[in-house]
Design a protein. Sequence first.
Length: 150
Amino acid sequence: MDMDEIQLHMMEMSEKGYYCSQILLKLGLEAQGKQNTDLVRAAGGLALGVGRGAGTCGALSGAACLIALHAGKGCEEEEEDERLWLMLEELWDWFEAEVGARYGGVCCDDILSDGTPRKQRCGPMVARVYGKTMEMLLEHGFDPTESRDG
């Protein structure tokens, strides 16, 4: 899918009631040809700044989970990839510069403080976060279409 198709798919998921963190993980799983209802459901806990608005934006925390999906430890037999923490730091720095500097912080309340409707502000931002996350994975040698499970 190209970015226009991805954005349309994101809008469809949003209309179906999925939040930013869930949308990012659903897209990541779909890129691998997978579904994981439990993981998507759990990612809902990251939405809206962990439900209060004062917490870190779910797009950032969801993207961090998407990176960890590729580089984190998932079972006793695995080791986390040595690139995980570097990618998470790069993601944070990018998000802080791209979103935090623009809106005065990385929390949902900061990002929406000017009264812009959530879907209007967050939709394009989530698309940029997804694009950046995919770019980072590729730059660090991960194929977003492949699962660590083989």
